[in-house]
Design a protein. Structure first.
Length: 276
């Protein structure tokens, strides 16, 4: 792991160099062990919240953690290409467009005691912009090299806030080409449904049940690249006690171990079907 500027990261991608880096402002990490036709993203994995924002924030550390997606990077850590956010979505949300990436309120509660000064606002938006410069360079390289690409967009959600039964896994597909990629979407849903989880946790999976795949990460890639499928993949927070802020590492490990093999196999099938 090295610290690199955005310009240096992009240069390495263009030159097809392998590397593992954190951005020089510590806002995201990227690992490329090998250039392959699939990548994993965890845009809400981060929890960092810079100190100059603390006194002005009305949400507690726990309230922020509750809405983040902890351990989603860990679940895909074994794969060759992984990009993940380090900062909390409460500073800026990588899964929203720039104009809405900085919250004024969050989940029904005002976020800031006083409106953010413009310089703090701009500092956060620059991080957002830098992340997407790297995303653009990465997907450009993968499409250029392989013709097609698949991205596993990993998220988690708070299932206990729902008043009905919800799936362990949800795929959001409302903004991807279901006619072209429907077979790959369904096969990914079927794979997730078979995830062996410990402690008697059942694994179910549905498409567009709790979320429809409206995130900016998916939309940005889909709207800028014609041959990349983004699978917005949400796991219910069965891997922690979301109300007590306790992690269940054995569940995270079980998911990571299963996806280590099954995600790669799914990506291989996708590439075999869609390559030129």
């Amino acid at each position: 792991m090295v610290k690199l500027s955005v310009e240096d990261i992009i240069a390495k991608i263009k030159n097809e160099e392998t590397f593992e880096a954190v951005s020089e402002d510590y806002s995201f990490t990227i690992k490329i062990e090998e250039y392959v036709y699939y990548a994993c993203g965890a845009v809400h994995n981060g929890h960092q919240f810079r100190q100059e924002l603390w006194d002005n924030c009305l949400h507690t550390e726990y309230e922020r953690w509750f809405e983040e997606d902890p351990e989603t990077k860990e679940m895909v850590k074994s794969h060759p290409i992984v990009i993940a956010g380090c900062d909390s979505r409460f500073e800026y949300d990588l899964n929203r467009a720039p104009e809405t990436a900085i919250y004024e309120d969050a989940w029904g509660k005002k976020l800031w005691k006083q409106p953010l000064p413009i310089e703090m606002h701009e500092k956060s938006l620059q991080k957002h912009a830098n992340f997407y410069k790297v995303v653009h360079a990465l997907i450009s390289k993968l499409e250029e090299k392989f013709g097609v690409c698949i991205v596993y967009d990993m998220h988690s959600y708070n299932w206990k806030r729902w008043t009905r039964e919800v799936p362990t896994w949800n795929l959001g597909t409302s903004n991807v080409d279901n006619h072209r990629f429907g077979e790959n979407i369904e096969s990914w849903r079927a794979i997730l449904e078979k995830t062996p989880l410990p402690n008697g946790i059942k694994s179910t999976s549905k498409i567009n049940d709790t979320f429809q795949g409206n995130g900016y990460f998916l939309k940005y890639i889909t709207q800028n690249f014609n041959n990349t499928l983004v699978l917005a993949t949400e796991i219910a927070k069965v891997y922690c006690d979301e109300l007590k802020q306790i992690m269940y590492p054995e569940v995270v490990v079980a998911v990571e171990k299963y996806l280590k093999l099954e995600l790669k196999k799914h990506a291989n099938t996708f590439y075999t079907k869609h390559k030129s």
